[in-house]
Write a protein that binds this ligand. Sequence first.
Ligand SMILES: NC(=O)c1ccc[n+]([C@@H]2O[C@H](COP(=O)([O-])OP(=O)(O)OC[C@H]3O[C@@H](n4cnc5c(N)ncnc54)[C@H](OP(=O)(O)O)[C@@H]3O)[C@@H](O)[C@H]2O)c1
Length: 258
Amino acid sequence: MKIAGTCVLITGASSGIGAATARALAARGASVVLVARSVERLTAVVTGIERTGAQAKAYAADLADAREVSRVARLIRDEHGVPDIVVNNAGAGRWLPIVDTSADELTAMVAVPFLAAFNVTRELLPGMRQRGTGHIVNVTSIGAFLVWPNAAGYIATRWAMRGFNEALRSELYGSRIGVSLVGFAQVSSSFWEHNPGSWERLPAAAHRLRTLTPDDAAVAIVEAIEKERRLVLRPRTIYLLRLLSTLFPRGTERSMWS
Ligand SMILES: NC(=O)c1ccc[n+]([C@@H]2O[C@H](COP(=O)([O-])OP(=O)(O)OC[C@H]3O[C@@H](n4cnc5c(N)ncnc54)[C@H](OP(=O)(O)O)[C@@H]3O)[C@@H](O)[C@H]2O)c1
């Protein structure tokens, strides 16, 4: 889908991958609408984008709350119309062993990214269908394809993003609304600071993969939209690892403990 001239909603755009994606899409001529909780950080991203001459607007909302999703979606529809492109990127979740994951923490991990992506999409999809065009990107992790120990809540919610993505594409079969799943291994964003204890639980094997910058991740999201890709995984080694884990599940499992 051509990005110039579109209106793009990016969730989780106050930092990391979302902020870099907002900047990259704005640089390609999109008018960007940013959503996250932190007003201060959103304002800083918007100011940076506006300095380049591009259009950006931010809305503060806690996407873990379905009523907040409805409220902010209504505001966005009223002030910008239904976005042409939606990037479901907002996400959090500490990597913890199952027995150390409290019920409240698990609920929060399910709420964002998974419920947030589902609820945001449900709010905006009718307008996209009415218009007949659109593109939805769902951001996930390598953990949706290849699992490692001591991050069960995180991994399960990233599988949920993958499941939601595939179900959404199936519902939209035959329409002109594209759906892309974009998955990353480690990205040097503030995710690790926001989710303490996670970096320490990276399996040794993961350190052999290239760490992406948030700008690298944004390039992958832009590619998914422009080339209307079903799936984009970065670094590309993940495609091979995904195949190896299907062919040799026991060996892959063992390698995640080394
Ligand atoms: N970093 C990695 O290595 C990596 C790898 C693979 C996949 N991912 C995925 O990529 C996504 C973005 O991560 P990131 O690396 O950019 O991390 P990040 O820097 O921590 O960014 C997370 C974004 O989500 C927003 N957010 C969190 N909870 C929210 C809520 N309840 N309501 C609204 N917004 C919320 C945060 O903003 P506020 O705090 O202002 O609300 C922030 O803008 C996540 O789903 C993550 O799992 C990351």
